[in-house]
Design a protein around this ligand. Structure first.
Ligand code: FE2
Length: 253
């Protein structure tokens, strides 16, 4: 009897795997309404102590970084700890659309949101870029299962026609966690883009094995990637500040 139960679980697990691994490890979906993004921008304005027109928010933040970087850093920390923004991007998410990515053949699954960040990327700057990496390396405590994922939602204040890119290596999530090298903290922003960040993958053979894609995300859309998918910041520079809301989640099955 016990033996039979184990077999049945193993079969279910196999079926779950087959669907999940046959997908390319990424997808673009519209999970949030325009309203959510606009409300997020209003909250960001409040955090940065700005009362003018949203179209001027970029200038305000860029000037603050130039004239008072310490204050700008404090606001940035506040932004990342803002419960309001966190909840905005979680509560209004279209769960069904997210769950559709996972065909678990009737097996019940749950999404556990584990980690939130809201990033600010200044125009024409690349020092905050990250080289080739897996989020499962950076957030190993939060992303324990191989089904865990990252919802990357970029947006800006004034150009609703903006497109945003992330460089990915399609299918690279299939082989699971890959060894990363660690940068010395004093150099991690000064190396070439491919090797920026605290951790980076320095395995040419692995990096060249997969096809490199740079999917475009329209304003208000989200890119969802498996947390083992190898990716890096793309090199395209924008005239606008790019804000990015990132929710990471685990799939419990
Ligand atoms: Fe990442």
């Amino acid at each position: 009897m016990v033996f039979q139960v184990i077999i049945s679980l193993a079969v279910n697990h196999q079926r779950m795997n087959s669907k999940f691994f046959s997908s390319c490890g990424w997808s673009v979906k519209k999970l949030h309404s325009k309203e959510v993004i606009k409300n997020a921008l209003i909250l960001i304005s409040k955090i940065y102590d700005f009362q003018g027109d949203l179209k001027e928010l970029d200038n305000h933040i860029v000037n603050l970084y130039r004239t008072n970087p310490e204050r700008a850093g404090e606001y940035y920390d506040k932004l990342n700890n803002s419960k309001g923004i966190m909840i905005l991007f979680k509560d209004k998410i279209k769960f069904k659309s997210l769950l559709n990515l996972y065909n678990f053949h009737g097996h019940e699954i749950q999404i556990k949101f584990t980690n939130f960040q809201c990033l600010v990327m200044l125009p024409n700057k690349s020092n905050e870029n990250l080289g080739w990496h897996q989020d499962s390396k950076y957030f190993s405590k939060d992303l324990k299962t191989k089904y865990s994922g990252v919802i990357w939602t970029p947006f800006c204040t004034n150009n609703l026609k903006s497109k945003f890119n992330l460089d990915i290596l399609e299918n690279s999530h299939i082989s699971g966690g890959i060894k990363h090298k660690k940068n010395k903290s004093m150099f991690r922003k000064e190396v070439i883009n491919e090797k920026k960040g605290r951790y980076f993958i320095d395995n040419e053979k692995k990096l060249n094995f997969y096809s490199k894609l740079s999917p475009s995300v329209n304003w208000g859309e989200s890119l969802i990637i498996n947390s083992n998918l190898i990716h890096k910041s793309s090199n395209d520079f924008s005239e606008n500040i790019r804000f990015t809301a990132i929710w990471r989640y685990e799939i419990i099955y």
